[in-house]
Design a protein around this ligand. Structure first.
Ligand SMILES: O=C(O)CCC(=O)C(=O)O
Ligand SMILES: [Fe+2]
Length: 301
């Protein structure tokens, strides 16, 4: 990226508008597509009013008891068993265990989370219309002293008008790996002071000193969760993963894009899509799984 583009993408006007400092083309294409999906929904549902989503102004909020707690705990136990068996679908390093093809490995039962009316409403409100699942990940974060990548304060630099959901399979809390978040106001204050957390090499683990030096508040928050709870998450507000102190934390992560038809209708067209899609987000949001719109390694969620 040349210096002029970088200056534009890091200007207040730009990041206030798109809530990221990513490429203009990505932001324009996604904003336009999202608008089209929302207009289509509004046209077909003139009597439905969708209140604004809390994710407009903050990184995350909780929806409790979405998924049966005993099923969530069973899935966590299953992960433990498979790790002990050295199952190759459970790839372990010092930070985490990544679970391959979650819908196959853990089962399509995880999509039941979307049958919860509160979740559906929260997503409809965020997208101002229909949405689809673009990808699914699942992982166990582990106790470690190493702080790197997503464990540093960052913005995923994903397209605007996208969001994620964490389904918790274990508790998450201050001692047990709950993600730390900032709201919109604080995220913008850090950007105004020159912190962007985009590329891995410009991220820091603790923003205490930076905040003090720039006279801005540093007040990250986390959300306690129990098995079966959901965290709704706007990944373009600053956040960082926290290594659990006591025991591992398990989550399933669903990533959403706007869509012209309901997620289930989209899913039924190609139920295997979510097992094969390796793209972080598509270049063309209208085409699920179209070639990658961003190298995960470059920006890094
Ligand atoms: O695992 C976490 O707590 C947060 C990871 C993260 O940065 C993300 O999902 O974008
Ligand atoms: Fe992230």
């Amino acid at each position: 990226m040349d210096g002029t583009m970088k200056m534009i993408q890091r200007s207040r006007f730009y990041y206030t508008r798109y809530n990221n400092t990513g490429p203009i083309k990505m932001n324009r294409v996604y904003s336009k597509y999202s608008q089209e999906c929302a207009e289509k929904f509004a046209h077909a549902h003139p009597d439905v009013t969708l209140p604004p989503s809390p994710l407009q102004t903050t990184a995350a909020f909780s929806i409790k008891n979405v998924f049966p707690a005993d099923r969530a705990m069973e899935l966590s136990q299953f992960i433990t068993t498979k790790i002990e068996e050295n199952d190759p679908r459970f790839a372990k390093d010092d930070l985490q265990v990544r679970i391959a093809t979650p819908l196959k490995t853990l089962g399509t039962v995880i999509l039941d989370v979307l049958k919860n009316p509160e979740i559906d409403r929260a997503l409809l409100n965020f997208f101002r219309g229909y949405y689809r699942v673009e990808s699914i990940a699942a992982s166990r974060t582990l106790p470690t002293n190493r702080v790197t990548g997503s464990w540093l304060w960052h913005c995923d630099t994903f397209p605007p008008c996208t969001c994620k959901l964490f389904l918790h399979l274990t508790p998450a809390n201050a001692d047990r790996g709950a993600t730390e978040f900032m709201d919109r106001k604080d995220t913008m204050a850090f950007r105004d002071a020159g912190y962007f957390g985009q590329y891995p090499n410009e991220r820091v683990g603790n923003l205490d000193e930076f905040a003090a030096a720039h006279n801005i508040p540093y007040r990250p928050f986390h959300l306690d969760a129990e098995p079966g709870d959901v965290t709704m998450f706007n990944q373009n507000y600053f956040h960082r993963a926290i290594a659990p102190k006591t025991s591992f934390r398990d989550t399933v992560q669903l990533f959403f894009l706007p869509n012209p038809v309901p997620w289930k209708e989209q899913y039924d067209k190609d139920p295997d899509f979510l097992n094969n899609n390796m793209v972080s987000f598509p270049k063309d949001p209208a085409i699920p799984g179209s070639s990658s719109g961003g190298a995960a390694g470059m920006m890094g969620a």
